[in-house]
Design a protein around this ligand. Structure first.
Ligand code: DSN
Length: 432
């Protein structure tokens, strides 16, 4: 068989260009990271050929003896990593994991209470343009204008008013940790399921760097490619004593099956067909990496770097939502600098710095323009950047934002970005 390069030079060329972009730009999108060569190898393996609808030992296809072992390995490693009883590693993405959770816990038309997308929430937590907001009655809590933080008294007030069937926690752009205990109390007071979507923070949680939702929430979903640094994909988890905990709420909702069966069947056949066995194998590799002591060191550094960036931005007169961060990301409100998110994203892109424009709470701009940028440290921390480098990253961002239209500034910063990236090499291959 021919190599990709020989068979399809056009496509191979695009992969080379993307590898070059990742190698020589500052990757600061908070939801992105750099998977290891081993993880990428597993994704590019012959496991992509295998149909394995069902679960290990209970498949609808023959020839599953080896993919069964790969899926079991992924499940066992994830259980160890998150100290939990139940894991489903088949969701193709975070959105797919969340779809299965809705299917398991809610009937169409029932009420969800989640964090407003415009205040840092996620599309699948009830946005009117997403299946979650189309199929269910979505109600929202938000953050406070003055603090950028969630006020738990207001969450309680809202929950008592709208009586949700399920409360979701979790965000795409929230810079603080969550008070799971108070969410639990509120959920119990109104008889709701409690679901945490830890997609952004799973790596930090696994390393003990943020509060752990697993012992408190009924169900937890995540992606596997953000702070967790695995392949692109999703996962559902239930903490220790899950059957018992969920059983109490289950009885109230008239469920008869046990909850691992309900969740498994909500993924397959409920909302997905054949699992992506090559991605599940790559999840096993990444979870194996996350069980190593170096992973904890890495996650600590992700947080240290985000804090260093936050302090440096504030020292340069930037407004940050919540005035700082507890996790891997910061949200810069650019209004006091006379800029918007779109101009900032585009000008930084020209200088080799990749961020995303992002709504800030109580934004006055449209979602296509926005007043902010979201910046995350996971990817550059993977390359080895520490506090010194991140302070330099802030200096370079500030240089561009002071001269957003100036092509020569962009060119000069781009050269500095490339030089720093050369000192922290990343990928020495195009296909693993
Ligand atoms: N798109 C992801 C993010 O950037 O946060 C969420 O799905």
């Amino acid at each position: 068989m021919k190599s990709l390069k020989d068979q399809d030079p056009e496509l191979f060329g695009y992969l080379e260009q993307e590898t070059e972009r990742q190698n020589y730009n500052f990757e600061l999108i908070a939801s992105e990271n750099f998977a290891s060569k081993a993880t990428i190898s597993a994704m590019g393996s012959v496991l992509t050929n295998k149909y394995a609808e069902g679960y290990p030992g209970k498949r609808y296809y023959g020839g599953c003896e080896f993919v069964d072992k790969a899926e079991e390995l992924a499940r066992e490693r994830a259980k160890k990593l998150f100290k939990c009883d139940y894991v489903n590693v088949q969701p193709h993405s975070g959105a797919s994991a969340n779809a299965a959770i809705y299917l398991a816990f809610m009937k169409p038309g029932e009420t969800l209470l989640g964090l407003d997308l415009a205040h840092g929430g996620h599309l699948t937590h009830g946005s009117p343009v997403n299946f979650s907001g189309i199929t269910y009655n979505a109600e929202f809590y938000g953050v406070e204008k003055e603090t950028g933080r969630i006020d738990m008294d207001k969450v309680r007030e809202k929950a008592k008013k709208v009586k949700p069937k399920m409360i979701s926690i979790g965000a795409s752009a929230y810079t603080r940790d969550f008070d799971y205990k108070t969410f639990r109390d509120i959920a119990d007071e109104v008889g709701a399921f409690l679901w945490m979507d830890m997609a952004h923070t799973a790596g930090l949680i696994a390393a003990g760097e943020l509060n752990d939702p697993l012992p408190v929430c009924d169900v937890v979903s995540t992606t596997t490619h953000k702070t967790l640094r695995g392949p692109r994909g999703g996962m559902i988890l239930v903490g220790k004593d899950g059957e018992n905990k969920l059983g109490v709420v289950a009885r109230k909702s008239g469920r008869t099956k046990n909850w691992s069966e309900v969740l498994d069947s909500a993924v397959f056949p409920g909302s997905q067909g054949g699992p992506l066995m090559h991605v599940i194998a790559a999840k096993a590799v990444a979870f194996g990496e996350a069980l190593q002591p170096e992973f904890i060191t890495y996650q600590k550094q992700v947080k240290i770097n985000a804090k260093a960036m936050a302090e440096e931005f504030m020292a340069k007169g930037y407004n940050l939502v919540s005035d700082g961060t507890d996790n891997h990301l910061i949200l810069v409100d650019l209004r006091s600098k006379g800029l918007n998110g779109q101009i900032a994203e585009e000008s930084l892109d020209r200088a080799g710095i990749t961020v995303n424009k992002n709504m800030v709470p109580f934004d006055t701009e449209s979602p296509f323009v926005t007043s902010g940028i979201r910046i995350g440290t996971p990817a550059l921390t993977t390359r080895g950047f520490g506090e010194i480098e991140f302070k330099e990253v802030v200096r370079l961002i500030d240089t561009v934002l002071q001269n957003p239209e100036d092509e020569s500034v962009a060119e000069s910063v781009k050269a500095d970005v490339r030089e720093m990236c050369e000192n922290f090499p990343l990928y020495d291959f195009v296909t693993a």
